[in-house]
Ligand binder design. Structure first.
Ligand code: NAD
Length: 256
């Protein structure tokens, strides 16, 4: 398993932090050259430097995933530096919390642009390169994109759009040798959640009890599934929506 990405090239968006960073680290450890793409230019540089420091090969690219120019540019940079593309993790995302009736159009549009339109653009601009030798796209959706979640309508709508787009893309790209899957994390301890307190504090909070394991997940636990789906071990898996959420939802559980 440890060298299963030897000779492969991967592009990970939202890789400066959280789930994307964890995926970049595992792919790099297992032999892939990794493009670390993120809106946070310094963060992308930092993570790429970590990978190189650990003996890997990496490229940092500052990009806004919601723009077509950013998607064209990142693919050009990957091809210039590494000459091929095998694995794509479309992972960058933003969360907006608030009632539907109070959500303004600009917020709605931004969440849809970053979480959904960016996935369309990412698939459109990477699939032709993956098709050259065959490849795999994994998209980070969410529990909110399978079951919904209270008080985050733009996020829920964008992530449901992502799961639909993954199924549609997989059916068109399958004959070209490109697999497309979605992962749906439950509550994961990343920057989004770290503001809520330490891991122990978060695990003692009601959000942890929404999972059957009674804890939140860690970024590497999502990244392991992403890397399995990206690998040849998952060669007959496509168009599927995979939960990685500690078992959700728990219905009818008595209060602590
Ligand atoms: P995170 O905030 O740690 O990482 C998100 C990364 O995306 C950041 O580095 C950020 O700079 C980058 N980003 C944001 N907007 C961007 C843009 N327009 N262009 C390029 N990069 C951009 O959060 P995370 O939890 O690692 O989130 C990764 C994905 O996981 C997101 O799609 C999120 O919706 C999803 N997710 C997270 C959780 C959770 O509980 N943390 C649960 C379900 C799904």
């Amino acid at each position: 398993m440890s060298a299963c990405f030897k000779g492969r090239v991967a592009l990970v968006s939202g890789a400066a932090s959280g789930i994307g960073r964890a995926t970049a680290q595992i792919l790099s450890r297992r032999g892939a050259a990794v493009c670390v793409a993120d809106l946070d230019a310094d963060g992308a540089q930092r993570v790429a430097a970590e990978l190189v420091e650990a003996g890997g090969s990496a490229l940092a690219v500052a990009m806004d995933v919601s723009t077509e120019a950013g998607n064209v540019d990142v693919v050009e940079q990957v091809m210039q530096k590494f000459g091929r593309l095998d694995v794509v993790h479309l992972n960058a995302g933003i969360l907006s919390v608030g009632s539907l009736l109070e959500t303004d159009l600009a917020t709605w549009q931004r969440v849809l642009d970053v979480n959904l339109t960016a996935v369309f653009l990412g698939i459109k601009h990477t699939a032709p390169l993956l098709a050259v030798q065959g490849g795999s796209i994994v998209v980070t959706a969410s529990f909110a994109g399978r079951e919904g979640s209270y008080g985050m309508s733009s996020y829920v709508a964008s992530k449901h759009g992502v799961t639909g787009l993954v199924k549609a893309a997989a059916s068109e790209l399958g004959p070209m040798g490109v697999r497309v899957n979605a992962v749906c994390p439950g509550p994961i301890y990343t920057d989004m959640m770290i503001t809520a307190g330490s891991l122990d504090e978060v695990n003692a909070s009601p959000v942890a009890r929404t999972t059957m394991l009674e804890r939140v997940g860690e970024a590497r636990e999502v990244a392991e599934l992403v890397c399995f789906l990206a690998s040849d071990a998952a060669s007959f898996i496509t168009g599927a929506i995979h939960a990685v959420d500690g078992g959700m939802p728990v219905i009818g559980k008595p209060p602590a």
